[in-house]
Design a protein around this ligand. Structure first.
Ligand code: HEC
Length: 162
């Protein structure tokens, strides 16, 4: 995606958030606060609509929904935003080998909302999947690890790569 496309996408999402705030219907995100946080903190690398940027950051359109359906996967989501992710990974047959920064400076409720936007609005998790709660983030915050350990834990929850 071009930088311009990313920018326009971000603008559209921000407008969506503003429309939600004034009570307009349309396809507003289910997690409006999470959408705002995603545009502010994540879109620069993952793209405004979560499609990822080739060789920089993976798409967030499938794995997050898978992760949210299991206890260890939910831990994986919380650990990724709290501690970042370091080392090579494969997503949809593509390789990524870069470092995602940690977002532990954001509070638990904001991180939960951001992840719920990713899981439900971007990755379209099934309706019976439970939203992440601030307590899920607090539980992982109590056990600090580093981005390499987050990658190790990922091996147990991600689909096997080639
Ligand atoms: C500076 C760029 C950057 C920013 C900003 C960023 N990420 Fe990432 N993200 C990455 C990279 C790079 C990876 C893959 C890391 C690797 O290669 O080990 C990744 C991986 C992920 C994964 C794991 C995907 C999988 O298939 O396991 C999730 C989930 C994720 N990011 C969510 C987020 C969220 C939510 C935010 C905002 C709070 C965010 N990212 C902000 C670069 C970024």
């Amino acid at each position: 995606m071009t930088a311009r496309g990313t920018w326009l996408g971000g603008l559209a999402a921000l407008l969506g958030g503003a429309l939600t705030a004034i009570g307009a219907p349309a396809d507003a995100p289910a997690y409006a606060q999470g959408a705002m946080s995603f545009q502010a903190n994540c879109a620069v690398c993952h793209g405004a609509n979560g499609a990822g940027l080739p060789s920089l950051a993976p798409p967030l359109l499938a794995n997050p929904a898978r992760y949210a359906a299991s206890a260890e996967g939910r831990r994986q989501l919380a650990m990724t935003v709290l501690y970042g992710l370091f080392g090579d990974i494969t997503v949809d047959d593509r390789h990524y080998d870069f470092r995602m920064p940690d977002f532990s400076r954001l509070d638990d409720a904001t991180l939960a909302a951001t992840l719920n936007f990713v899981v439900f609005d971007l990755a379209h998790a099934a309706g019976d999947v439970k939203p992440l709660a601030a307590a899920d983030l607090a539980a992982e915050r109590a056990h600090p690890v580093d981005g390499a350990a987050v990658r190790e834990h990922r091996k147990g929850v991600a689909p096997a790569g080639p």
